[in-house]
Design a protein around this ligand. Structure first.
Ligand code: CO8
Length: 257
């Protein structure tokens, strides 16, 4: 039995963390299942990925506290490194990834959402890094990605105070892109995924690469990198298709790459 389900809906891959009785908490088995699913994504037919949690209550309520409660420093280091490796794989997927956050996104759950490109939240979503209240640090990238996403001051406040925030505040601080009523949220996340999947796939991937790699560079290197990605698009059938259609005042053919 796997704790992580995968469904291919046309060009969109939907990953569901499915350990509902523990609010989808991440233990080593769930992490291993998530990694296997991520590794198996067919990049040729998947233009966008959506990650969500099973049930109405939680996206992921964190790393499994029971599993962590007896960990030695070496075991803790290995668990943290494993989670970081899996989330980095998600972040480095070539296509965009949307977190469809359907409830609690705490600790490792908030960190999982931060490894995605875009976060769409249900109005019952709660985000937070409660680790300091449990005697640990965030260990799946939260200290790094939260600060990069919402700014250092707000991230430090959330992490030091172990203060959870509701969906509306998450929207206000830029942690999520949009908030929808819980019953509509997944549908809205899917609509966004389908819209992304309707654009030229190579161009979208080059955009992701440009933004993510550019953020790790100084501005001179980053703007020198962008023309290379742009140039690669100029050789594609999708670019000819779309631009010729524009010039001829007609709709382009579906993108193929
Ligand atoms: N781990 C294990 N089990 C969990 C977790 C969790 N993180 N969250 C919920 N559960 C389980 C509960 O134990 C309960 O199980 P049972 O029915 O067997 O008693 C079941 O899920 C339902 O939960 P509740 O009864 O508590 O539901 P409530 O609606 O009363 O409360 C909450 C929901 C507020 C989400 C509450 O469950 C809660 O506070 N959960 C813990 C949230 C948390 O602190 N998460 C952060 C964990 S730390 C972390 O993620 C660190 C990541 C980095 C790790 C680095 C590696 C070293």
């Amino acid at each position: 039995m796997s704790f992580v389900n995968y469904e291919q809906k046309d060009f969109v891959g939907v990953i569901t963390i499915d350990r509902e009785k523990a609010l989808n908490a991440l233990n080593p088995e769930v992490l291993a299942d998530l990694e296997a699913v991520v590794d198996a994504i067919d990049a040729d037919k998947t233009r966008c990925v959506v990650i969500t949690g099973a049930g109405q209550k939680a996206f992921v309520a964190g790393a499994d506290i029971g599993a962590m409660s007896t960990m030695t420093p070496d075991e803790g280091r290995a668990f943290s490194a494993k989670g970081n490796a899996v989330f980095r794989k998600i972040e480095k997927l070539p296509m965009p990834v949307i977190a469809a956050v359907n409830g609690f996104a705490l600790g490792g759950g908030c960190e999982l959402s931060l490894s995605c490109d875009i976060r769409i939240a249900a109005d019952n979503a709660v985000f937070g890094q409660p680790e300091a209240g449990l005697g640990i640090t965030p260990g799946f990238g939260g200290t790094q990605r939260l600060a990069r996403t919402i700014g250092v001051g707000k991230a430090k406040e959330m992490i030091y105070a172990a203060r959870n925030i509701k969906a509306e505040e998450a929207l206000r601080v830029g942690l999520v892109n949009a908030v929808y009523p819980a019953e509509q949220m997944l549908e809205e996340a899917m609509k966004l995924a389908e819209r992304i999947a309707g654009n030229a796939p190579i161009a979208v991937r080059q955009c992701k690469k440009a933004i993510n790699m550019g953020l790790q560079m100084d501005i001179d290197s980053a703007v020198a990198f962008e023309p290379e990605l742009f140039a690669a698009c100029c050789g594609t059938a999708d670019q000819k298709n779309a631009m010729t259609a524009f010039c001829e005042k007609r709709k382009h053919e579906p993108f193929i790459n």
